[in-house]
Design a protein around this ligand. Sequence first.
Ligand code: FES
Length: 104
Amino acid sequence: MSGPRLQRVADQDRRLIEITVDGWAMSAMEGDTLLVAILAQRSYLREASGEPQGEMPAAGFCLMGACQDCWVWHEDGRRVRACTTYAEPGMRIRTTWPDHLLAS
Ligand code: FES
């Protein structure tokens, strides 16, 4: 699947905001979680990257903050769950974090 995983079918008149994900500009709707914002534009949250994040692309699992399958990082290194964090204007998110930064 290469297109968006989620299709918006209702509630499409909320204000658009801009976020940056892995260096790419993306639009989100005010009130979107990061997971909804990202999956409304592409088929995965995080590409397959091997351990510890898994061999398959991830798109979240529980969608309610319980499974830990949707970790993403602010560019300052703070880790958040994409399914329980609201997109905010200007937010800069990484869906993977370089191994050399995880070790520090
Ligand atoms: S999808 Fe399960 S914690 Fe976010």
